[in-house]
Design a protein around this ligand. Structure first.
Ligand code: KIV
Length: 265
């Protein structure tokens, strides 16, 4: 059996200046597909949007995250599996947060990701002291979408820049093994990356992060209506799927499918 990458393997990649490839996955079929290309697979609470069809991540439950983590865990051989702690699973109390993180690890995650800076540092410290590795998440933190006033680039003002850099340092000191930087200017992500020993994983954070992450459905072009600036589409699967389904429907209606090769005699 192949060994999954550990948090130490991921940190070594930063030391050796090897870029870290991260992707999301939410089910066993995609987990099997993304494993080879990825160093990190995130079961993201973005599943609120791409799986559950909601407008944001706020309604995703711990049980949802455990269910999808179990599915992804079945098929990953090499990539490190990290799962998002969903909204309200870590904000209410230290006890609840510890239990939530533990349940995600029991479901198969090797580490958990949570959003926030200074306000979550005590928790990050506690979890890591208890042996539960934590990835931080700064910048555009989707669980605070209403506080932020929408999905907008963060850290443009000097004061905010300074705050984000300090938060990143605090997370590192608290014991986070890596940090996601979402939707911040490239120069700020560069500054943070240079000032941290732990890897930064960017999404909409420019070229200088130690790694990059994208939502798998976005990079595969599964939704024509969603194309933010930071996403590069490496395929146009929505078109491919629609064409395939049109052909299938036509062949069923015309009697071309099934043909002799698809039937049992
Ligand atoms: O939920 C998610 O998929 C994420 C990534 C986009 C970083 O947090």
């Amino acid at each position: 059996m192949m060994k999954r990458l550990s948090i130490l393997d991921l940190q070594r990649k930063k030391q050796e200046k090897e870029k870290i490839v991260a992707l999301t996955a939410y089910d066993a079929t995609f987990a099997a597909l993304v494993d080879e290309a990825s160093d990190i697979v995130l079961v993201g609470d973005s599943l609120g949007m791409v799986i559950q069809g909601k407008e944001n991540t706020l309604s995703v439950s711990l049980e949802d995250m455990m269910y999808h983590t179990r599915a992804v865990d079945q098929k990953l051989k090499k990539a490190h599996l990290v799962t998002d702690m969903p909204f309200l699973s870590y904000q209410v109390s230290m006890e609840k947060a510890i239990e939530s993180a533990g349940r995600l690890l029991q479901a198969g995650a090797q580490s958990v990701k949570l959003e926030g800076g200074e306000e979550v540092c005590d928790l990050v410290h506690r979890l890591t002291r208890l042996g539960m590795p934590v990835m931080g998440h700064l910048g555009l933190t989707p669980q605070s979408i209403h506080q932020l006033g929408g999905y907008r680039v963060q850290g443009k003002e000097e004061r905010k820049k300074d705050e984000l850099l300090k938060d990143a340092k605090r997370l590192e000191e608290a014991g986070a093994y890596a940090v996601v930087l979402e939707s911040i200017p490239e120069d700020l992500a560069n500054d943070i990356t240079k000032n941290l020993r732990i890897p930064t994983i960017g999404i909409g954070a420019g070229r200088d992060c130690d790694g990059q992450i994208l939502v798998i459905y976005d990079l595969l072009g599964m939704d024509v209506s969603f194309h933010p600036k930071f996403v590069k589409r490496y395929a146009h699967l929505s078109q491919t799927i629609e064409e395939a389904l049109k052909n299938y429907a036509q062949e069923v209606k015309s009697g071309l499918f099934p043909d002799d090769s698809h039937v049992f005699h």
